[in-house]
Design a protein. Structure first.
Length: 299
């Protein structure tokens, strides 16, 4: 079996914020490691700086993943470049993966890394909402891609197959105005009120109100998928465990399925048994190794 045939016979493996199990998420080291691991693609989250530069960050604030604090949207790009985005992980970065000062990335810098991969590779871009820039976030990112040579009709940029995703139905609908449906992924998750309250340290009233907003967005996202408006469905692994029948219906109706974030061996097998097309994981090397072996029954 050739490499292409092997990849076609298994789910494609996307590295979640790069190989973020090994190195700090969204860093140069994480993406270079993902390429070295043989990942079929990489995933990133994007936000805008105050000077409207597209940067790779998951959170709206800097506190968790840097030695800075405050809102990303309040900082200029050059201010962010002076921060340390890698040391919090505690992983030693090989010299070949760049200095500490080179770990923070913009979207154009990630494109340069992927162009140099020397092989076809996927890029899944997630738009984080709510954003103070609203749908200007999507417009700015698409402008960056066009400036770099991205073809909207094929969603290709040289060797990079670009796809787009968001939990926000409004963002997905906006993307569908200029991006082929097959390259747009509506993300969905199993909304749990108690978990939301605990994770965000919210009271009962505020947590419940936020959960209702999220449930409404999920319902609209599910409608978008049922109607076939977006070509890709992006359920979390918790959603897959809770609603395998829904995932099977999406597959049967022609939706491409991209599941996040799949790290446990039994969840990898669950996705493979369901016929999921893409798995997003923090540990691409381990998941690829598992997928290359014979199928094992779920534990």
């Amino acid at each position: 079996m050739t490499t292409d045939e092997s990849a076609a016979a298994r789910p494609l493996v996307y590295a979640h914020r790069g190989a973020s199990g090994a190195f700090a998420e969204h860093t140069r080291a994480a993406y270079l490691q993902a390429i070295a691991d043989g990942a079929d693609g990489v995933e990133c989250d994007v936000r805008l700086t105050r000077d409207r530069q597209v940067v790779l960050l998951h959170d709206s604030t800097l506190d968790r993943t840097s030695d800075g604090t405050g809102q990303v949207a309040d900082r200029m790009l050059e201010e962010l470049r002076r921060l340390d985005f890698s040391s919090w992980k505690g992983a030693r970065i090989p010299e070949a993966y760049g200095a500490k000062s080179e770990q923070f990335l913009t979207l154009p810098e990630l494109l340069d890394i992927l162009r140099a991969a020397g092989r076809p590779i996927g890029l899944a871009i997630e738009f984080k909402h709510p954003s103070s820039f609203h749908l200007g976030l999507e417009d700015r990112a698409l402008d960056v891609l066009r400036d770099r040579g991205w073809n909207p009709a094929t969603s290709m940029l040289e060797n990079i197959m670009v796809s787009f995703m968001s939990f926000s139905p409004d963002a997905v609908k906006h993307l569908l105005e200029s991006v082929p449906a097959g390259a747009v992924c509506q993300l969905v998750d199993d909304v749990n009120v108690a978990e939301i309250r605990e994770e965000l340290r919210l009271g009962a009233l505020t947590g419940g109100a936020l959960a209702n907003v999220m449930k409404a967005a999920q319902a609209e996202g599910e409608r978008i998928l049922a109607a076939g408006e977006a070509g890709m469905a992006g359920p979390g692994i918790g959603y897959v465990r809770a609603f395998p029948g829904t995932v099977e219906r999406w597959i049967g109706s022609g939706r491409r399925i991209r599941v996040w974030t799949v790290d446990a061996e039994d969840d990898v097998e669950r996705c493979r048994e369901l016929g999921v097309h893409e798995i997003t994981t923090n540990w691409p090397a381990q998941v690829l190794t598992q997928l290359m072996t014979d199928r094992q029954p779920l534990r």
